[in-house]
Design a protein. Structure first.
Length: 230
């Protein structure tokens, strides 16, 4: 137990450049506090003290802003940076030396009582706001980009970005033809409006061409035509 606690503190020191002392981590890091609350809740849950474990989990959420189901299995060396809004579901399994940033969800997509949350491998980094949804595995040493929604298995040593998440690098090599600049994505509404404007311009041009082809009668010729017809 003490070795696990030591690794929790060391993980914060190693992966947060803002950490200046062990004392600061002990008293001012909600991600570390959330792990310690969870380890107590998980111990109680495994001994069939379900309500007490669930209550401690609820207290953990109230105090730290991090929600971890007491049944979730978290490996040593996990570091939850900042942590506000992190949600870790019941059947989640997290390996060792994983880094999770704020707003991450490790959630499920099924209402059945079975394995429905992800399994996270060792040394994985999960960026801010990422959502990993479903009972699949994220392989060791992978990186999940901020805001990514992952809904299928991720191979080891991969980089995943986008909605839905796509593997763009694996083992340091590019594996797709996507060259999107994810910080400057196109505006679909603006694109649709531009298409409409382009179409209106084309229609106006066609109308002008049609007017040039049809002879325009002068007013006198028009009135003379009416008199003859009358």
């Amino acid at each position: 137990m003490f070795e696990t606690l030591r690794r929790d503190i060391q993980a914060a020191r190693d992966r947060d450049p803002a950490a200046r002392s062990t004392l600061e981590i002990l008293f001012c890091y909600p991600g570390v506090h959330a792990l310690w609350f969870h380890r107590i809740a998980h111990w109680l849950w495994n001994r069939e003290l379900l309500f007490v474990g669930r209550f401690i989990s609820h207290l953990n959420r109230f105090l730290t802003g991090i929600e971890i189901h007491p049944a979730a299995r978290l490996g040593a060396g996990l570091f939850i940076d900042h942590g506000m809004g992190v949600v870790i579901g019941e059947t989640t399994e997290v390996g060792e030396n994983v880094t999770v940033y704020q707003g991450v969800t490790l959630g499920g997509t099924s209402l059945e009582r079975k394995k429905r949350h992800p399994t996270i491998g060792n040394n994985v980094i999960i960026g801010t706001g990422a959502k990993i949804l479903g009972p699949f595995t994220v392989g060791d040493n992978s990186k999940i980009g901020s805001g990514t929604v992952v809904i299928k298995e991720v191979p080891p040593n991969s980089v995943v970005v986008g909605v839905p998440g796509r593997v763009i690098y694996r083992d340091g090599k590019k594996v797709t033809e996507m060259d999107f600049d994810w910080t400057n994505l196109p505006d679909p509404v603006a694109q649709a409006l531009q298409c409409i404007l382009d179409r209106v311009h084309d229609m106006e041009k066609e109308l002008e061409e049609l007017k040039g082809r049809v002879p325009q009668d002068s007013p006198t010729e028009f009135s003379s035509s009416l008199r003859r017809d009358g």
